[in-house]
Ligand binder design. Structure first.
Ligand code: HPA
Ligand code: MG
Length: 267
């Protein structure tokens, strides 16, 4: 079972609830001409309330991750990761869903995507790709322009409230635009709060924030994240462009680093 039964509504693909939410259609079941197999149709999904949508897929504190034997991953990280915390396929499917929320919310035909580097590069690329795919299949194209920003939010190992933008802090290209900020991980929310304040000085038309991961920390501020992929426990994770001293960005799954890995890549 994946993640949590208690919060099954956040992730129902592989839970017993999924089976309960399917109905065998009588007509098809009784038809002797059809092969004897169960034919499922999805019942209409129950609408989720806003707070649940806002938290995304909630991963419980005791989620152990998947055994490494169950997946493939780069050989050079063999001893360096503890488990597969969120498999790449699940990440991708969740991003596709987030792309749909974005399509529903943005009324403009153009959006300015502000990708927070370096960790956000894969999430941003995949999200923009899904927005394009959905545009093609729905015939409602959302033109995307992507700009990049690099932030330094940590001094030593402490998150700070000061925003350090590496490179130009002039974001005047955002003026009057519908903006989507794309960030891989939001923990205390301090950086995002500071970035939002900075972005708003350039008077964009609207601003939304997409965060692939939001950490459940004790002093969790009001969430500034409009589109959350996964709410995770306060653990250090790597992969899918998230690094530990620049390592693990080339790992597709999101994983928990092992003691060996921490020692090996310590600076
Ligand atoms: N992993 C990688 N980078 C990070 C994390 C994390 O868990 N939290 C903040 N920056
Ligand atoms: Mg980093």
């Amino acid at each position: 079972m994946l993640f949590s039964l208690r919060r099954k509504q956040h992730f129902f693909l592989f839970t017993p609830q999924a089976a309960a939410d399917h109905k065998v259609t009588d007509k098809e079941d009784n038809n002797p001409l059809l092969p004897q197999r169960l034919i499922f149709t999805m019942s209409s999904p129950k609408p989720m309330d806003d707070t649940k949508v806002k938290r995304g897929i909630v991963i419980d504190d005791d989620w152990p991750g998947y055994s490494l034997d169950l997946f493939t991953y780069p050989e050079h990280y063999h001893h360096d990761i503890e488990n597969i915390y969120i498999p790449h396929g699940v990440i991708m499917n969740r991003i596709e869903r987030l792309a749909r929320y974005v399509m529903e919310d943005f009324e403009d035909s153009k959006i300015m995507v502000l990708c927070v580097l370096k960790g956000g590069y894969k999430f941003c690329a995949d999200l923009v790709e899904f927005i394009k795919v959905l545009g093609r299949s729905s015939n409602r194209y959302l033109e995307t322009r992507v700009e990049f920003i690099r932030l330094k939010s940590y001094l030593n190992d402490q998150s700070t409230e000061d925003l350090h933008i590496i490179g130009s802090s002039d974001l005047s290209f955002l003026r009057g635009k519908s903006v989507l900020i794309v960030e891989a991980i939001v923990d205390t929310g301090k950086t995002m709060k500071a970035l939002l304040k900075h972005v708003e000085t350039f008077e964009p038309k609207m601003v939304k924030v997409a965060g692939l991961l939001v950490k459940r920390v004790s002093n969790m501020a009001d969430s500034f994240t409009d589109y959350v992929g996964f709410e995770i426990p306060n653990r250090f994770v790597v992969g899918y462009a998230l690094d530990y001293n620049e390592y693990f960005r080339d790992l597709n799954h999101i994983c928990v680093i092992s003691k060996t890995g921490k020692m090996k890549y310590k600076v």
